[in-house]
Design a protein around this ligand. Structure first.
Ligand SMILES: C[S@@+](CC[C@H](N)C(=O)[O-])C[C@H]1O[C@@H](n2cnc3c(N)ncnc32)[C@H](O)[C@@H]1O
Length: 448
């Protein structure tokens, strides 16, 4: 069974040859401009039947392949703001309760150390996958992608193409998932041989990312059998085919009256348009690391500076009162997310740079900065701008250096899709850096 969306397109062409001229005309019109429906694919017909048997009522959405986003859901009719676009009955959701009431409950409940929700659902998915048609969830599993474009699917050479800041986050995430795998492997080796025989890193990676990329927020009571953190996830068949747009306005949650997980949109759609939800106001490195894609015009995209960058400023400018300044910043939670965006320096970064630029007297009135009650033109602000320019120049140079290195690196045996993702991330960072440099260079305190 192929899970590759492109393979579906090829099969479409094959079917077209077997059908009449009017069908061909209809399909040709769709290529480029219109999505290609997959509603008549065997997997989806079976999925729909199975869902109907389990209480799902017909809705106006159907799976289709879109040029820009791959597989997603399109509407067959006009959707108006305020409409509920999809409603999934509780018995079709895979939650930690599903796992803790399933045939593997005894094993999961005895796991030591306790599993997280994501680990428990991953174990459940792998177990159900290996049952094939015997699984109650077979029709759902059959429609899931078999691989992902998240960092754990990248080879070393592909990872090395990522912007430095994304690379370090990706490595951290990879290590986290490897630990989650090791925990399961060592317990199952001793206490659940049957599972251990089918369990391997590849199917764990698959299950982990099915959950990571497709689960919805679903509030459940903490279970004594699982770790208490992040106990709020559910897989929702069919609904999980909705792609992300930073501009989508939706409301999602479990409706206790209908006993369904519902999504209401506040956007309007014409027939055959792709319907989107928002996964949250995520920047591109988050979207890439968690979901394996990026958005080219992402309004939430940022470039992050780190504590190391601040230390670089300290040493270069022989900064006074470092400990005091850092303590104030730490106490006020200002040392994380030091970012810039297409709109320039974030308020947090600007506050940090101004604080670092203060002398003793100014530090005594530190909280006035937060209220923007300091005079507009002063030496502190001028120095803070020098700090900003220094950081930007340094980031720009290291960006150019990385660009140069990625160009001269000869890449063989790499996946084009992975290298393109890395390149797009680098391009987006360059755009943010150059725009912020332009904004900062245009600041003139004398004219304000
Ligand atoms: C919840 S699933 C959405 C359905 C999925 N496209 C499918 O074929 O089943 C999330 C995944 O869809 C893809 N995706 C979502 N939004 C996207 C977008 N705007 N552009 C490209 N890919 C997107 C990413 O691969 C992401 O991990």
């Amino acid at each position: 069974m192929s899970k590759d969306p492109n393979a579906n397109i090829d099969k479409d062409h094959h079917k077209q040859q077997q059908r009449g001229r009017s069908f061909r005309k209809r399909c040709n019109r769709k290529i480029g401009s219109r999505p290609i429906s997959c509603a008549d694919k065997e997997d989806f017909i079976e999925l729909r039947k199975w869902m109907k048997k389990n209480g799902f009522e017909k809705c106006c959405l159907e799976p289709a392949i879109f040029n820009e986003t791959g597989r997603g859901l399109m509407t067959k009719k006009t959707i108006v703001p305020g409409e509920i676009i999809i409603s999934i009955p509780e018995q079709l959701l895979i939650t930690t309760t599903t796992v803790l009431q399933s045939e593997i409950q005894d094993k999961v409940k005895r796991w030591t150390p306790k599993l997280s929700s994501q680990q428990a659902i991953a174990v459940f998915l792998i177990w159900e996958f290996t049952k094939g048609r015997q699984s109650h969830w077979f029709q759902y599993i059959a429609c899931l992608p078999m691989s992902f474009t998240t960092p754990l699917y990248f080879k070393k050479a592909e990872l090395s193409q990522l912007p430095v800041s994304v690379y370090s986050k990706a490595v951290k995430e990879i290590n986290k998932i490897k630990t989650a795998y090791d925990d399961i492997a060592s317990f199952s080796k001793e206490h659940w041989k049957e599972f251990h025989e089918v369990f391997n890193f590849n199917n764990f990676r698959w299950a982990w990312y099915v959950i990571n990329t497709r689960s919805v927020f679903f509030k459940e009571e903490n279970s004594e059998y699982l770790t208490s953190d992040e106990n709020n996830i559910a897989l929702a068949p069919f609904l999980d085919m909705l792609n992300h747009s930073s501009h989508a306005n939706i409301q999602a949650g479990f409706n206790h009256t209908t006993q369904c997980y519902e999504i209401k949109t506040f956007d309007k759609y014409k027939p055959y348009e792709q319907v989107f939800i928002s996964y949250g106001p995520h920047n591109n490195s988050h979207l890439f690391i968690e979901y394996g894609f990026i958005i080219l015009d992402n309004p939430h995209d940022v470039y992050d500076f780190s504590y190391d960058d601040l230390e670089y400023l300290r040493d270069l400018f022989h900064m006074d009162l470092w400990e005091k300044k850092i303590n104030i910043l730490r106490e006020n939670s200002l040392l994380q997310s030091l970012s810039i965006s297409l709109e320039g320096l974030s308020w947090k970064l600007w506050t940090v740079l101004q604080t670092l630029a203060m002398d003793w007297n100014q530090l005594q009135k530190w909280n006035l900065i937060l209220q923007d009650k300091v005079e507009r033109r002063n030496d502190m602000k001028v120095l803070a701008i020098s700090f900003a320019k220094t950081l930007l120049q340094r980031a720009w140079s290291s960006h150019l250096e990385q660009e140069k290195n990625t160009h001269i690196m000869s890449l063989t045996d790499v996946q084009v899709e992975h290298v393109n993702l890395a390149k797009s991330l680098l391009d987006m960072q360059k755009k943010i850096l150059s725009e912020t440099i332009r904004i900062v260079n245009s600041i003139n305190f004398d004219s304000t």
